[in-house]
Design a protein around this ligand. Structure first.
Ligand code: TNX
Length: 491
């Protein structure tokens, strides 16, 4: 059993001798990739060899090479890679840089975590042994992500970078940041500087914060280097109390609303016919689009409990149009299917509502694509069990096995399988306020959702996944990632 999550397409384990190494020489197509690979391998206890250091004998070559060769089944998947480990060294090939980094992540998972200090005097404290193996691999879905609520409790740039590292370790490509809600506003909007006034609040009160334009740019740089795209969410026309607290002109009676630090949803709203509304949407979406490198801007649309369908549909049309005019592709929560849907729009499924399935199938026929985040499998803010101290349970209790055993194409009755763009986990933070709490909700369940997104159903295997999860835990401990020791795994 090799401790890989997500499980690759083809794993060919040889009887040949294992690789033994105390340090590595990395050869890569460019310095940036070489540095990232070195960082990953050093974290696994394999530092880069110093020219005349103590490791002169124990250093092995890790060669990363761009190569157009097709995958094992003639696959042209742009993320595919091949990793070859033998007693002589490591060679990774891929047609794109992202595939080379995937190969390095696979290699990192193959290096057993050290029992003592990983490195000493710049070399591995004990020689590390990596099994001889050939891996051919490519993901099932292009959209593999995590949605992270930094509003209900504020998580700043350091925490967000830690989450980028975590999602990247599981080869995910999207970090969706939920940046605005009733409790707070978490992103500087240059055309609307007053919004900063709504940043210093969160669930339960207390001090919070927001990302400046510079913070946001630096985060995107950090994520992009790791092939993770930040997808920003401005949630409208509900979940807007932070905005109506700052701009009384957005409300019906023109009076600013009180700040809110509870956890109810569905009460706040914009008004389509208010003349202040469209300029607000244009300013916010325009600035967010201009600041964002990725292709997508999420414009929410969830849980507006106090609006008629007709008015809601106008918001969907307008927000989608503004996003497109800004050169981006809109993504909405599933409620976006209640409005007019343009081809290519993404809809994010979250709540099992059978009566809406017909609408979703209709939206798919009109060209919408679906990102699957079913609450009862992929919501990692749900409690593991009734006794679990953190989390909510409106979508049920989500143990590790629930996050693992589900099939994205079977979630919505009648949806054509090819309308599924991918899979996204979500973590909402009403009950989660520290990095350790956050990671204990993400781990080990994020690995399960990552495997649903990457690995084809016939290669998935719950017992294998449990064993691989246990085998990953020492590496999580080594980097300080808190996890929940669910009894479903023999740790
Ligand atoms: C539903 S999922 C919400 C969020 C809550 C979450 C808590 C979605 C689109 N909306 O506002 O934080 O449940 O699990």
């Amino acid at each position: 059993m090799l401790p890989l999550i997500p499980w690759p397409t083809v794993v060919d384990q040889h009887d040949g001798p294992a690789l033994r190494a105390r340090a590595v020489h990395v050869a890569a197509p460019d310095d940036e990739l070489a540095a990232l690979a070195a960082e990953q391998l050093a974290a696994a206890g394999l530092p880069v060899a110093q020219a005349d250091g103590a490791d002169a004998d124990g250093a092995v070559d890790v060669v990363l090479r761009l190569d157009e060769a097709a995958g094992p089944d003639g696959s042209d998947n742009p993320e595919r890679y091949t990793l070859r480990v033998s007693a002589d060294g490591v060679v990774a090939t891929a047609p794109e840089r992202v595939g080379l980094l995937h190969a390095v992540r696979t290699l990192r998972q193959l290096v057993p975590a050290a029992s003592g200090p990983a490195t000493q005097a710049g070399v591995a404290a004990e020689p590390r042994s990596v099994p001889a193996v050939v891996v051919h691999d490519a993901p099932r879905y292009p959209w593999r992500g995590l949605s992270f609520d930094v509003v209900r409790h504020w998580f700043g740039p350091d925490d967000i970078r830690a989450v980028v590292d975590l999602v990247a370790a599981f080869k995910l490509r999207v970090l969706h940041l939920h940046l605005t809600d009733d409790q707070g506003w978490r992103l500087e909007i240059p055309s609307r500087p007053e919004l900063e006034k709504a940043s210093d609040n969160q669930v339960g009160g207390g001090t919070a914060g927001f990302l400046t334009v510079d913070d946001y740019r630096e985060l995107q740089d950090y994520a992009a280097a790791r092939f993770v795209t930040i997808v920003p969410e401005f949630d409208m026309p509900g979940h807007v109390n932070a905005a109506t607290h700052v701009y009384g002109g957005l409300t019906k009676d023109g009076l600013a609303t009180d700040s809110y630090d509870g956890i109810e949803v569905g009460f706040s709203r914009l008004w389509f016919d208010n003349p202040a509304t469209e300029p607000f949407l244009r300013d916010v979406i325009g600035d967010v689009a201009a600041m964002t490198r990725g292709e997508w801007v999420h414009v929410g649309g969830d849980e507006v409990h106090t609006m008629e369908l007709e008015e809601f549909a106008k918001f969907v049309e307008l927000a989608g149009r503004i996003v497109r005019e800004a050169g981006k592709t809109p993504i909405f929560w599933q409620e976006g299917a209640r409005g007019p849907v343009e081809p290519g729009t993404l809809l994010q499924y979250w709540e099992p509502k059978g009566e809406e399935f017909g609408r979703f199938v209709g939206a798919a026929r009109a060209g919408a694509r679906f990102v699957m985040s079913p609450g009862n499998h992929a919501y990692l803010d749900m409690k593991y069990t009734p006794e679990h101290p953190l989390g909510l349970h409106w979508a049920g209790y989500v143990e590790l096995r629930d996050s693992y055993e589900w099939e994205p194409t079977k979630v919505i009755d009648g949806l054509p399988a090819d309308a599924v763009e991918g899979v996204e986990a979500a973590v909402w933070t009403e009950t989660i306020s520290t990095r350790d709490e956050l990671f204990s909700m993400l781990l080990p369940r994020l690995g399960a959702v990552a495997e649903v997104a990457w690995t084809t159903p016939e290669r998935k295997d719950w017992d294998g996944f449990r064993a691989r999860t246990a085998a990953q835990a020492p590496a999580w401990r080594a980097v300080g990632w808190e996890f929940h020791p669910t009894p479903q795994v023999d740790w």
